[in-house]
Design a protein around this ligand. Structure first.
Ligand code: NAD
Length: 483
């Protein structure tokens, strides 16, 4: 892997080569599980970005991907998938160290990234248009064209799989792509360039640049050389990018934050709920956009549910990600401070701390797995995205109350329903303001099921066939046969 990481310095993958970039001081990447220094990362500045934009445009105009026979593009993507699988073990070690997540979760990210290339590789030659009947004197049809240069900004919570989630459909559609890695854990994503390179992607069709969001990210999305923006991250950054995209009238896909609720009816299986709660709010230390951030429980089983959730939280094993514990650190000291502050403030608005509530006294950015009970649904802790291992329990009395509470934030990413009554599940699912509803299993679904937000959770969909149509635009061709 020395090609991307040399003498402790990770570099930018630019038009098929590894370059240091021109943005001065390197990023120092820390291990959140023990505060060790992992590596430095070279940053791309104005000149490197200009080079990447130029290479992306040249590759697109040369038709490197867009004019490649679709079946050949499909094979290229399957080769990429294979190369990602080949680097998964080594990549997982790096991702585990830089992000704090478990080694198993880090490996799963690489495998999921490979699966995106397999899935979209399988549809690269099936992006079919329509023939539209205009009578005997015309032939009319639509085709789906790539946009051109797609700029993709990636967050730190799942840097490898989220990057692949957008890059794979973008490539399948024939776009050139420039990815901006997250500054807190850029290393494993930079390593994806190794797989791209070994699979022999056309030079310039994909670049992965490292740098600060407000600098490199802002310059990338503001460039008039960019034809489409894909942003996954927080609401304030998304709003900022949308304002910039308005200036250049560039289409943008927004995958933003969430405050998703599980609605637990009186006939729910509490064992099933606890299994979902563990993955829903404690996987990746709760740093998941679609985390189970609120749990609304029918009053008749509320006390029992809170008690079981508290026991679950208190019983989780804690440690460095390389040992695959059940609970891992947050990404940074800043993130830990934010999570602890909002959790502490919840007491002032009447919340009861049933488990956790503070940071853990050990090296690394560890927040205790936290269950807040009796949370006022209008309080900040119930309304704001916390992005940590903290969930909020609130009781409800009727189905109508539950729906109103679940829909009572400005977000709408996912929602969950726990009940044995599938007629009720179907009825309530239709009323929930969310892009995806899980019934009896949080995170049910996968790479083939469309995912995205409502309200401030964003717009557009990733995953599945639906996502492919975010990466193309429709052209109609009308041919007169009269002459
Ligand atoms: P963030 O908004 O701080 O940063 C996301 C990315 O944007 C980073 O790469 C950052 O460098 C870049 N950035 C920052 N300022 C920028 C600017 N002015 N112009 C261009 N780029 C800029 O978010 P984060 O803290 O990295 O990630 C956590 C957030 O992401 C949470 O809100 C979470 O819910 C959300 N998220 C959403 C999804 C989804 O699919 N809906 C998935 C994962 C994370």
């Amino acid at each position: 892997m020395s090609d991307f990481l040399k003498d402790g310095l990770a570099r930018n993958y630019l038009a098929g080569s590894w370059v240091e970039g021109d943005a001065g001081a390197h990023l120092a990447v820390e291990d959140p599980g023990n505060l060790d220094h992992v590596a430095d990362c070279a940053k791309a500045g104005e000149e490197t970005l200009a080079h990447a934009l130029n290479a992306a445009r040249t590759s697109f105009e040369r038709g490197d991907l867009a004019d490649m026979a679709p079946s050949e593009r499909a094979r290229l993507m399957l080769r990429i998938a294979g190369e990602i699988r080949n680097i998964a073990d080594e990549g997982a070690l790096l991702l585990c160290r830089e992000s704090g997540k478990t080694l198993d979760a880090a490996r799963d990210e690489f495998i999921e990234a490979a699966q995106y290339f397999e899935y979209y590789g399988g549809v690269a030659d099936k992006i079919e248009g329509k023939s539209i009947p205009l009578g005997p004197d015309y032939v009319d049809y639509t085709i789906y064209e790539p946009f051109g240069v797609s700029a993709q900004i990636v967050p730190w919570n799942f840097p490898v799989s989220i990057a692949a989630r957008s890059l794979a459909p973008s490539m399948a559609a024939g776009n050139s792509t420039i990815i901006k890695s997250p500054e807190l854990d850029p290393l494993a994503l930079a390593m994806l360039g190794v797989a791209l390179d070994r699979a022999e992607v056309p030079a310039g069709s994909v670049s992965i640049l490292n740098g600060i969001g407000a600098d490199l990210g802002a310059r990338l999305v503001a460039s008039s050389e960019v034809d489409q923006i894909v942003f996954t991250g927080s609401v304030p950054t998304g709003q900022h990018i949308l304002k910039s995209a308005a200036d250049t009238v560039t289409p943008a896909l927004m995958e933003l934050g969430g405050k998703s609720a599980a609605v637990v009816f009186d006939d729910a299986d509490l064992d099933t709920l606890m299994t979902s709660l563990q993955s829903g709010i404690f996987y990746n230390a709760g740093q998941v956009c679609s985390a189970m951030a609120r749990v609304l429980v029918h009053r008749s089983i509320y006390d029992q549910a809170v008690e079981r959730a508290a026991a679950l939280a208190n019983g989780l094993s804690v440690g460095h990600g390389r040992d695959n514990p059940e609970h891992t650190p947050l990404i940074s000291a800043h993130q830990l401070n934010q999570v602890e502050t909002i959790t502490q403030a919840a007491r002032q608005t009447g919340a009861r701390v049933a488990a956790g509530g503070t940071r853990l006294d050990r090296a690394g950015h560890f927040m205790a797995p936290t269950i807040l009970a009796d949370v006022d649904p209008n309080s900040p802790v119930a309304q704001r995205e916390i992005f940590g291992p903290v969930t909020c329990f609130t009781p409800f009395d009727s189905e109508a109350d539950a729906i109103a509470l679940a829909n009572g934030t400005e977000f709408g990413l996912v929602a969950g329903i726990f009940t044995r009554d599938l007629a009720r599940a179907h009825r309530v699912a239709r009323k929930l303001r969310a892009g995806q509803v899980f019934v009896n299993e949080w995170f049910a679904g996968g790479i083939s099921t469309p995912f995205g937000g409502v309200g401030k959770s964003g717009f557009g969909r990733e995953k599945g066939l639906e996502a492919l149509y975010n990466y193309v635009r429709t052209k109609n061709i009308a041919i007169s046969l009269k002459g």
